[in-house]
Design a protein around this ligand. Sequence first.
Ligand SMILES: Nc1ncnc2c1ncn2[C@@H]1O[C@H](COP(=O)(O)OP(=O)(O)OP(=O)(O)O)[C@@H](O)[C@H]1O
Length: 282
Amino acid sequence: MAFIELKDVTYTYPLMKEPALKNISYTFEKGKFYGIIGENAGGKTTLCNLLRGLIPHFYKGKLRGETIVNGEDIKKVNIDLLSTQIGYVFQNPFTQISGVKKSVFEEIAIGLENLGVPKQEIIDKVLNIAKLVNIEHLLQNDPNALSGGQRQRVAFASVIAMDMDAFVIDEPTSQLDPEGTAGIFEIIHMLKEQGKTVILVEHKIDLLAQYADEMLVMHKGEIIAGGPTKEVLSDISLMEKGAMLPHTVLLNHELNQKNIYLDHVPVTKDDCIRQLRTRMSS
Ligand SMILES: Nc1ncnc2c1ncn2[C@@H]1O[C@H](COP(=O)(O)OP(=O)(O)OP(=O)(O)O)[C@@H](O)[C@H]1O
């Protein structure tokens, strides 16, 4: 079932000549996990701003085409209502932290309080999420005195605490080490298992390849490839347009140069190992 439909959308920020998004058409279905990749300044964050309704409700500029959310044109959708349906984890965790709360606990609880959730339910939810995101030990700390990685976890926790239908998440692991990154991916995967729609901008392509149902590749404001993850990431030519591809796809390419061919292009490590084992034992 379609959740967000983009129909030939072109968007130009105020005072800019070049559009940041060009002729974008794509359908995001309910309950799927979408990964967005592409070169720097390719338009990924701008696409997130559109999906979350910040374009056109917050960012003005020139917008052409249609964005349909749950069957309704986004121009007519109430942005406050939308913010209770689609959670947005911003790229910069410093933007997300409210700056007005004295403890991490209060920071995570802020959205739930605004929704009028009963006090005991708020406490249970915050403790639960803090455990999931591994920030229990920070709950009494000042949110403004956290490291970048800690802020990123708190920002992420405060959004997923809201238990929305969909999440637009822009580079949630940029400040995290491999262990922290793997933890965030596990939680995102869990959200998907709960039937949530997840749209994730991320540079860590090997993890995206493992979890995402569909991938979109952006280049100069356009979606140059979009569809099932395996199909999209098998296309080695995307590297010429600045897209990072999984290491296994690069390895497969090297093997092909030496006339060694696997059954299909492996986009995950497990698939690659399986295929190599089969080949070596035959
Ligand atoms: N608020 C803004 N006002 C004017 N131009 C902007 C604004 N935000 C982004 N842009 C421009 O829009 C284009 C797309 O930027 P965007 O941040 O969406 O790309 P991105 O793919 O998310 O990049 P990155 O990977 O570096 O985060 C860039 O040319 C950028 O300079």
